[in-house]
Design a protein around this ligand. Structure first.
Ligand code: ADP
Ligand code: MG
Length: 535
């Protein structure tokens, strides 16, 4: 009794410790999973479907949870009882014990085979759910497009197809498991009958021996019977757990593939040089680049360009000529295949990545806003920025007045991805978020091209007022957006084909001249007049 009361708190403490480590392990896995994904290089996102991550995050991790939870304890406990039962029955009478256990090797082989097959089905099931989850996520992300194109039925059908695949795998897995259980229990009960039959024969055989030489008596038959009964019972309990472990193992493969992926660019985020201020120029020095996922496509091929600090430069050219690629290379989303990009003669590869990105702000065509307050959305540009700075940035982006008309002003929560705002309002918030960083380099990638003419001119006015404060690189197709650019760079076939002011390029009558004409603007008018038309 004393021993029991001594052991109980000890085992309780051990269980609590196990539970604590179990939760710690799952917590660590979940946080590392997200952290690891967020720190991957952009190339990695090109290769992996981001929609899959949510399903892996929820489904796979809970399958691992299942496999490493109390089931491990239950498995070890069952195996311990199984071994104890076997040892006792072998000790009591090995001949009868072997008869009682005759089905065990067969059951073990059967269980191993079926577990392997079931694991294959559960992998198929998980992958199908993963694909279905990715589709649902994509549909929710583009709900307006889906509704506008009456695509609900089509999307439901695609989703259903994946679910059917998952369901088929699930049914097959269950059939295999039930067959497994059927054979297991059938062979166990068959063995019990055989044990009784043989036991009675052995008792009769031993009946004429002197009592001290008798091995098989009614009492030894009962002991062997119940010991093997217990052993096989616990074996039956432990066997299905193997399937849970196999599923957890399959689920873990995907999770650990992500946890083990090491980024090439982002790993050394903090290390590297930090300049005080950019002073001279940004240089693309004979840059050759192909996207890692499409290495056959030569995007930049001997791209050479110098942008002086403080300048406003426009990159123009036909769609797909590599304008956005230049901007992404400057942010070090990718590294050039050959050549280098320098700022003040320092290769950006040698700079601290975190520091470099802090000095750059980007406004792209589709502003990405988060489901939080207006203030928090702007603050995303500068962690911990006080309210005054947020308001100054909003004023510069000409969105302050609008924010004040919202029900809770800066504390108004905007809908998912800013769904409750107009395109122009979203874009101005994105500009405010870019401005709050006080960037040294401002990158505008088709920042106004998705807007209607009146919103465009408002957003453009906001951009014009700030472009003088930093080095600005504008990617645009419409001439109205580049009216402030002193230098216009026409990109063609992966390199700079024309460079100069608007007037110089118009006089050249080359590709830029054609681009201007294709937009219905007369080359005979001076640029100032074109600007007026555009305003
Ligand atoms: N992440 C990517 N992976 C593979 N190819 C890409 C990727 N992004 C763009 N491309 C391809 O690279 C070329 C240049 O793209 P981009 O720089 O975006 O053109 P644009 O001048 O219109 O901004 C295009 O042919 C495009 O299809
Ligand atoms: Mg582009």
């Amino acid at each position: 009794m004393c021993q029991v009361s001594y052991r109980q708190p000890e085992s309780l403490a051990r269980s609590l410790k196990c539970i604590y480590f179990y939760f710690k392990c799952i917590f660590k896995m979940r946080t590392s999973f997200l952290e690891n994904i967020l720190n991957q290089d952009i190339e990695w996102f090109d290769r992996n479907h981001s929609g899959d991550f949510t399903t892996i995050f929820t489904q796979n991790i809970s399958k691992i949870e299942d496999g490493i939870g109390e089931k491990i304890g239950l498995f070890l406990y069952s195996i311990a009882w199984f071994l104890t039962g076997i040892i006792i029955s072998l000790y009591e009478g090995w001949k009868l014990a072997l008869v009682a256990m005759v089905s065990l090797p067969l059951s073990t082989i059967l269980i191993l085979i079926i577990t392997k097959i079931a694991a294959k089905f559960s992998k198929g099931e998980m992958e199908a759910y993963q694909d279905a989850g990715a589709i649902a996520q994509e549909v929710f992300g583009s709900i307006k497009t889906v509704v506008a194109f009456n695509g609900q039925d089509k999307e439901c059908k695609i989703y259903e197809d994946h679910l059917v695949h998952a369901e088929r795998n699930n049914v097959l897995r269950c059939i295999f498991n039930s067959t497994n259980n059927f054979f297991l229990w059938f062979s166990m009960f068959a063995c019990y009958s055989l044990t009784y039959w043989c036991g009675i024969h052995l008792i009769i055989g031993d009946r004429d021996l002197p009592s001290e030489e008798r091995v098989y008596t009614p009492s030894s038959l009962v002991t062997i019977f119940f010991a093997t009964l217990g052993a096989t019972w616990y074996f039956g309990l432990a066997a299905p757990l193997l399937e849970v472990f196999a599923t957890a193992r399959t689920a873990a493969q995907k999770v650990f593939f992500i946890l083990d992926s090491k980024p090439k660019i982002n790993t050394i985020k903090e290390k590297g040089r930090k300049l005080y201020r950019f002073q001279n120029c940004i240089r693309f020095d004979e840059v050759y680049f192909s996207y890692p996922t499409r290495s056959e496509l030569k995007v930049l091929w001997g791209f050479d360009l110098q942008i002086n600090i403080g300048e406003t430069v426009a990159l123009v050219g036909s769609s797909g000529c590599g304008k956005s690629t230049c901007i992404q290379l400057l942010q070090r989303f990718y590294d050039p295949t050959l050549g280098r990009i320098t700022i003040d003669d320092v290769d950006i590869k040698d700079m601290s990545l975190k520091w470099l990105r802090e000095k750059i702000a980007v406004v792209s065509q589709e502003p990405a806003l988060f489901t939080t307050t207006v203030a928090e959305n702007i603050r995303f540009g500068k962690e911990g920025a006080p309210q005054e700075e947020i308001e100054t940035a909003a004023r510069k982006a000409r969105v302050h007045e609008f924010i004040l008309t919202l029900p809770n002003g800066y504390e108004t929560v905007i809908g998912e991805r800013g769904g409750q705002l107009s395109g122009g309002q979203k874009q101005k918030l994105a500009i405010a978020r870019a401005l709050i960083r006080r960037p040294q380099i401002l990158l505008l990638d088709e920042a106004t091209s998705a807007l209607d003419t009146s919103s465009e001119s408002e957003v453009q006015a906001a951009l014009d007022s700030i472009s003088g404060e930093c080095t600005t690189i504008i990617v645009a197709h419409r001439l109205s957006t580049i009216r402030n650019a002193k230098k216009i760079v026409y990109i063609s076939e992966g390199r700079v084909s024309e460079i100069g002011s608007h007037a110089e390029l118009m006089a050249k009558k080359g590709a830029y001249f054609k681009l201007v004409n294709s937009q219905g603007l007369m080359d005979t008018k001076p640029f100032s007049q074109i600007q007026k038309i555009m305003r």
